[in-house]
Design a protein around this ligand. Sequence first.
Ligand SMILES: Nc1nc2c(ncn2[C@@H]2O[C@H](COP(=O)(O)OP(=O)(O)OP(=O)(O)O)[C@@H](O)[C@H]2O)c(=O)[nH]1
Length: 403
Amino acid sequence: MDARTLVLTLALGNLALCAALFFAAAGTEADSRRRAALATFTLARQCQAVAWLLLYFRGAIPELLAGPLANLVLFAGVALDAGALWELAGRRHWRRVVLPLLAVAGAGWLACAVLDVEAGVRVAAGSLIVALFYLAGSLALVLDWAAASMLRRFVAVATGVLALAIGARGVLALLLPQGWPGVGPAELQAVGYAAFYLMMMAGSAGYLLLAREALAHEQARLEVLDALTEVPNRRGFYQALAPWLALARRPGQPTALVILNLDQFKRVNDDYGHAIGDKVLQAMVAACRRQLRDSDLMGRLGGAEFAIQLPRTSLADAVTVAERIRQSIASMPVKVERAVITLTASLGVTTIRPDDSSVSLFKRADEALQAAKLRGRNQVAAAPAAAEPLADPAADAGAGHVA
Ligand SMILES: Nc1nc2c(ncn2[C@@H]2O[C@H](COP(=O)(O)OP(=O)(O)OP(=O)(O)O)[C@@H](O)[C@H]2O)c(=O)[nH]1
């Protein structure tokens, strides 16, 4: 296939991808979120489609468009491809590095064009700029190699190898302008465009499959994580608790469970709005976690209700921890925007017994919590030992808010 046909193939291929991305993202709100996630990749395709079209019409349109402009747009498209890969790898600040690099590369290349340097030097410079951006994209996928999926490794290696091929073609065009026996300049040029073509095919398919893989990973994470407070949700907390329920059948230190409910949280939402209520919930979780050990686990059961698992902790020690948490919440006004919001919490405490199921365990902790609420809130109540009634807080002299 001659070089001009390959250039047309690159233009049409990128245009087809632009059309597919447009229709994939048009319509509903969910689609607009998907469009935002793919925005960088889409812009890369648009830039490359324009660049290859301009290059294809070289000779029929002014040289300023088909030469300098086409190359600058191509560099932008390739830099955006690299940015999309960094974004996918979770590095959202890629613009701070990639855009200044693009400006420098573009300025350097323009200087070559204005100074009318030798064609071989321009080809080599252009190829090396493209190769370096693709290598930067490949690097984004290589960073977490040990944990990377086979797909991610494939895209990283394919992008790296094709980047090297594009760079090598440019250097060879400079060092061996006449090629060597059997491989003339036209063949070398075709090899360069073929590498671009493979990059478009493997890179685009790879990127879209990687984006789908990342989405599936995020969905799996959110199945067990509360998106607002970033602690395990009810399902995640129950999953984490299961081994401790099993362990309770063996002799040894018990595991404690604390259930915490913010008092009259509805008022915060009613007085300040849901958005501020959300921020209060986040601040409250952060305050609680500061009172816990790394081995403890906090989860959100729903609304303003949380659970805390304290491994190897007796009932008395768990009550002490719960009381510390109660005090830290009560003494920590949350500053959100111009509001200063004071909150209290009620907590129910119990330990896992050998015959407990998750149902009986949470029922007991919840009964203790309800007892704390009934006593006027801002209290810690411990569930009684088996077959004992709930302790009377008034009888627990000196225990302050702890019952
Ligand atoms: N801001 C915000 N509010 C939530 C969220 N989830 C639930 N809520 C609200 O939290 C409140 C929970 O109220 P409850 O725990 O039932 O009752 P309460 O007002 O805290 O009163 P007591 O528990 O009896 O002290 C409700 O008003 C819910 O609408 C959330 O994710 N964000």
